[in-house]
Design a protein around this ligand. Structure first.
Ligand code: SF4
Ligand code: SF4
Length: 120
């Protein structure tokens, strides 16, 4: 999918952040295919195991599938890889620009939140 080709403007393939399944550990539950909303996984019904088909669709820094895998079969690089990429590619500048761009929106949401704290 086109929208996943970059991360804060950086070509996604520059950042080596993606899952790897250890087939010896995978019990074929299929959960990873359902919790990932980015189409990283498919399911091989012949082998009864999940497969990584679009590694670079993975959201940099996300670990959801790995955290939920009941067999501990999904590995990722050290989280330092994602943090280093954020620094190396200067994404904080982009973040600041986006915050400025959405200033009013954030202001309104935060004020609403503060008004309603403890009411629900
Ligand atoms: S969640 Fe883990 S055990 Fe289940 S299919 Fe995915 S890799 Fe295999
Ligand atoms: S870490 Fe997140 S985005 Fe990456 S494959 Fe797992 S669930 Fe999908």
């Amino acid at each position: 999918m086109e929208e996943y080709k970059t991360w804060f403007g950086v070509p996604r393939k520059e950042i080596k952040w993606y899952p790897r399944i250890d087939p010896a550990k995978c019990i074929g539950c299929g959960l990873c295919t359902q919790v990932c909303g980015r189409g990283v996984y498919s399911y091989d019904f012949a082998d009864r195991k999940s497969v990584v088909i679009k590694p670079y669709n993975c959201l940099v820094g996300c670990l959801t599938c790995s955290n939920l895998c009941p067999a501990g079969a999904i590995d990722f690089p050290d989280p330092g890889v994602a943090r280093d990429a954020a620094r190396k590619f200067g994404i904080f500048k982009v973040v600041r620009e986006r915050l400025k761009e959405h200033f009013e929106e954030f202001l309104e949401k935060t004020e609403k939140y503060r008004e309603n704290v403890g009411k629900d």
